[in-house]
Design a protein around this ligand. Structure first.
Ligand SMILES: [Zn+2]
Length: 347
């Protein structure tokens, strides 16, 4: 891509994490993870003190408390490491991480964000919000997720993992916008877009295809993304009729399968517990007449989760807890007939 090419800095920044950049430089193993942070020697001034350089994972920024005495975002870091401009740093990031500048540009055109080509603040100015590690509270956990400015396109929709192993129909796959991703940060995973309540994509989850080897996570989420702030499929579930019950499940595929079987008013926790923010989202979209069905996996985590969730939600709506007869049963495993029988009993 030529040097003068259009670059949406904000989209590039949103697409890559400091962790990925450190890994790119082969530096990640020199860093110690803390709560929401990575700490290590400063790669920019090549220091040796293991606490002088700190990365905030949720904010996706860095700071050197030693010689550099400043910090910045992920592009500032590349610019300093490579001794190039922010523009050149963004072009390098696009190349290293296989980002799709066309998709990012198309997206920005639609959004008319005004962010395009606007220079990012100089590293010195950007250093201000980062306070020293000891006094730093963690207010970012409640901050909303920023909508992404890019889309992963060219996803392979007809991947056998989706159709054969997960039993999803082409309609469901297209409807949820999922597919196999062959390049970039979600390479060799199934990319699943996660929308906020307004329907904006705030992250992609990457599901490993099949059973992952030891040490490889089944799901990969962007490090700065706070899943506790979202309920998967909530943006669409709230468009369903108010008199229908809202089903709460654990996983993406549970939600997709129930949706495929015609039960569209379903949200996934992306885990077996309900965060305070998720509870608030449900409260905002229910009335005292609303019915909620908690249908978690039939295992220890699911059993513990559903008791807690039922107790909390029953303060403001009708809650019914579904228990499966078989151990390890999950909503995803239900056939269309079973889903319909179940819902008839409930309704
Ligand atoms: Zn430094």
């Amino acid at each position: 891509m030529p040097k003068s090419a259009f670059v949406d800095f904000k989209a590039v920044k949103a697409a890559i994490t400091m962790e990925q950049v450190l890994q790119h430089y082969g530096l990640l193993d020199k860093f110690k993870p803390g709560t929401d942070s990575l700490n290590g020697p400063c790669p920019i001034h090549k220091g040796s003190n293991p606490t002088q350089f700190r990365v905030s994972l949720s904010k996706n920024i860095w700071n050197c408390f030693s010689e550099c005495k400043h910090g910045g975002n992920v592009l500032d870091f590349i610019a300093e490491m490579e001794k190039v401009s922010i523009h050149a740093a963004a072009l390098k990031a696009i190349e290293w991480f296989n980002l799709d500048p066309e998709a990012m540009a198309a997206n920005t055109d639609k959004g008319k964000s005004g962010e395009t080509e606007r220079p990012v603040p100089a590293p010195k100015a950007a250093a201000k919000p980062t306070s020293p590690p000891k006094s730093s509270p963690v207010p970012e956990s409640s901050a909303p997720n920023t909508p992404l400015k890019f889309r992963l396109d060219k996803l392979e929709r007809q991947h056998p993992y989706l159709t054969e192993q997960r039993g999803l129909t082409p309609e469901t796959i297209v409807d949820f916008g999922i597919g196999f991703c062959s390049k970039g940060m979600m390479a060799d995973r199934i990319a699943i877009p996660i929308h906020n309540v307004k329907g904006e994509v705030v992250a992609y989850a990457g599901r490993f295809v099949g059973e992952p080897p030891e040490g490889t996570p089944k799901y990969k989420l962007p490090p700065g993304f706070r899943k506790s702030q979202e309920l998967f499929n909530l943006d669409r579930a709230i468009k369903e009729p108010g008199d229908r019950p809202l089903v709460i499940v654990e996983g993406f595929f549970d939600a997709m399968k129930l949706h495929q079987h015609g039960f569209c008013k379903v949200v996934a926790l992306m885990g077996s517990s309900l965060s305070a923010a998720q509870e608030e989202l449900i409260r905002q979209h229910t009335t005292s007449d609303s019915h909620v069905i908690v249908m978690l996996d039939e295992n220890e985590a699911g059993q513990a989760g559903r008791e807690d969730i039922a107790c909390r939600l029953s303060k403001f709506c009708f809650v019914r807890v579904h228990q499966f007869n078989e151990p390890d049963m999950e909503p995803e495993h239900l056939t269309a007939e079973e889903v319909h029988q179940l819902m008839e009993v409930v309704l």
